[in-house]
Design a binder for this molecule. Sequence first.
Ligand code: NAP
Ligand code: GDD
Length: 340
Amino acid sequence: MKKALITGIRGQDGAYLAKLLLDMGYEVYGADRRSGDSGNWRLKELGIDKYVKIEYMDLLELTNIRHVIAKVKPDEVYNLAAQSFVGVSFEQPILTADIDAMGVLRLLEAIRDIKPDTKFYQASTSEMFGKAREVPQNENTPFHPRSPYATAKVFAHYTTQNYREAYNMYACSGILFNHESELRGLEFVTRKITDAVAKIKYGIQDRLVLGNLDSKRDWGYAPEYVYGMYLMLQQEKPDNYVLATNETHSVREFVEKAFLVAGFEIEWIGENENAKGLDKKTGKVLIEVLKEFYRPAEVDLLIGDYTKAKQKLGWEPKTKFDEIVEIMTLKDLERQSKNI
Ligand code: NAP
Ligand code: GDD
């Protein structure tokens, strides 16, 4: 039985990856920084909270990491833990760097010292492309990070690559474009939208307040992306791979589609920060824009080229934009109808 240690087990990707590996017969250990039982909702929704072995581990604490690696002796480590919200990284840049950059170094050092044959996956991100130098972006596109989150992730990405080259460790980096799901955190724009649409439908919320409606993302479906992470660790040699859909859509399109799933047709008036979205039938304002939700530096357009992953891993995205919006909105409508 292979042993996998997943950091960030209680996050969106951690939960889906744990389910996948358990289904494959792995013994799954989850590193948890003691967020309490309320943080367990994703593992519960997937019905796996009883099957994951929790180890208390914080990426800020080196001795703690070393103890867990020595105790579990994992065959594979998937490092998904991060302060993953770009917006907050502008408010907490030092904490973000400590977790997302130095935390990865701590983990790699512990593995190198204690169990260097461990296969390691690092959760890199399309945010590293930032002010993108080319369209679409692939594994060789230069980085131009636009947030403290992205600069920390660039450090972690190069550190992972360096441990591969310097110490011959099996260390992979998955450069993943945005991936969403019913288990996405409420702070991210997609789930913020689908949750609000459902609450507006059931009369619990009046309107949805957003930031930049015109930024564009390459949104894929999270369960398919965690399968790509697993595939990266099953190859003969470690490498970097982009996972994406090669399609891009704006926040505005996501809003329109999600409201449509709930039976509202949106009509826009005004531009940029003065934009408003009205219910075409009643004229009621359902969407407003607030400067507060804009970022000091924005990533305007992301679109990924996953050719390498397709050729070398046989990985391809299946669920595309319309279906993702529908799955997420229907799930939030169901949650509201059951008052969950
Ligand atoms: P997420 O839902 O925000 O989960 C992140 C997890 O990291 C949370 O469970 C959190 O624990 C944990 N964590 C935070 N700080 C920690 C610390 N100091 N020590 C230990 N654990 C800590 O993120 P996600 O969407 O699943 O993303 C997984 C990873 O992929 C992240 O590294 C993210 O940056 C990266 N990524 C995500 C996407 C995407 O679109 N989802 C795309 C590219 C890359 P708590 O539960 O205690 O808060
Ligand atoms: N969160 C949020 N809230 N974003 C908004 C809002 C709002 O009210 N209004 C507009 N946006 C815009 C943001 O400015 C950004 O351009 C876009 O919506 C997506 O924002 P997020 O959903 O917060 O995701 P992200 O793209 O910044 O980061 C996510 O994807 C990265 C991969 O590219 C996170 O999962 C990161 O951890 C991940 O690395």
